[in-house]
Design a protein around this ligand. Structure first.
Ligand SMILES: Nc1ncnc2c1ncn2[C@@H]1O[C@H](COP(=O)(O)OP(=O)(O)O)[C@@H](O)[C@H]1O
Ligand SMILES: CC(C)(COP(=O)(O)O)[C@@H](O)C(=O)NCCC(=O)O
Ligand SMILES: [K+]
Length: 257
């Protein structure tokens, strides 16, 4: 079975793919000091507690945090006896090569999202991923990642408000009942929620103007469904998009080996 690992700047997600479906998905805070042994204790206790019977023999990793890859590699080697494929490394091939400036490094999560979304929806696409940063990945008709947009993430924006202004509390993102807030928290929620809807709609409008062709918008990431309540921009919301892309890239590399 395949262990697929999606490491973001905030959270790292582990999913087990049995060849047909995901058996389980678990999330842990991203921490580059976590050792292979710690990952294994955590993983094996979750497997035992949920009765997940999985013989892991293969692994694929996408990480936006380069420092965590070392310990994840050790995890795969020591406990699962395999060498993981790491997206972004030369030995990991992509179904379609990205078309970007020479010498640039695209976040592996964005390459994975592009592959996963194109497999499900075809081109042309914009994938919006609400992570630590909010990314917009533009996917061409043939599935190539051709660029995009990186905007500050929703929680980063809230954190920045709280950090910079003495009277503004730490709050969670939520869809406010009204745009006009009648208390501090409601005002902040409105600023971030409706400000973000404006950001997403504005960026998509501008990208579509540059692309001059019909382009579907696919959203992913934990906050996608919350923002879908404020706009009809999204053709589809897919929580498992990155994981789907990881499985796809793994299969592609096996087939073309
Ligand atoms: N369902 C959710 N509801 C509220 N906040 C969420 C949810 N899922 C993720 N978040 C928050 O969104 C931010 C991005 O999370 P995540 O998608 O895991 O980012 P990354 O992939 O960059 O690690 C984090 O601050 C996280 O706490
Ligand atoms: C933009 C990102 C920080 C998003 O990461 P995430 O929010 O998923 O942790 C990541 O994709 C990244 O580090 N990218 C490198 C630069 C680029 O994609 O062009
Ligand atoms: K991500």
């Amino acid at each position: 079975m395949l262990l697929a690992i999606d490491c973001g700047n905030t959270n790292t997600v582990f999913s087990i793919w049995d060849g047909t479906q995901f058996l389980s998905t678990w999330r842990i805070a991203t921490d580059h000091t976590r050792t292979a042994d710690e990952y294994f204790v955590w993983l094996s206790s979750l497997m035992a507690m949920t009765g997940t019977k999985a013989q892991i023999t293969e692994a694929i990793i996408s990480s936006t945090v380069p420092r965590v890859v070392f310990n994840l590699r050790v995890l795969c080697d020591r406990y699962f006896g395999c060498r993981p494929l790491v997206v972004g490394k030369p030995e990991c091939r992509l179904p379609v090569a990205p078309r970007v400036d020479q010498g640039t490094t695209v976040g592996p999560d964005r390459l994975v999202n592009a592959a996963g979304a194109h497999d499900r929806h075809g081109g042309d696409l914009i994938v919006v991923d609400f992570g630590t940063a909010t990314t917009f990945d533009v996917v061409d008709t043939d599935g190539a990642y051709v660029g995009g947009v990186i905007a500050p993430g929703v929680n980063l924006s809230l954190e920045a408000l709280h950090m910079a202004a003495a009277a503004l509390p730490h709050i969670d993102v939520a869809k406010p009942a009204k745009a006009i807030g009648t208390n501090t928290v409601a005002c902040m929620q409105s600023g971030v929620y409706w400000g973000y809807i404006g950001l997403v709609e504005g960026i998509v409008r501008q990208v579509r103007r540059e692309r001059e062709r019909p382009t579907k918008v696919i959203a992913t990431g934990g906050l996608a469904s919350l923002f879908a309540q404020g706009t009809d921009l999204f053709h589809k919301i897919e929580d498992d998009l990155t994981m789907h892309g990881l499985v796809l890239i793994h299969e592609f590399n096996k087939e073309t080996a």
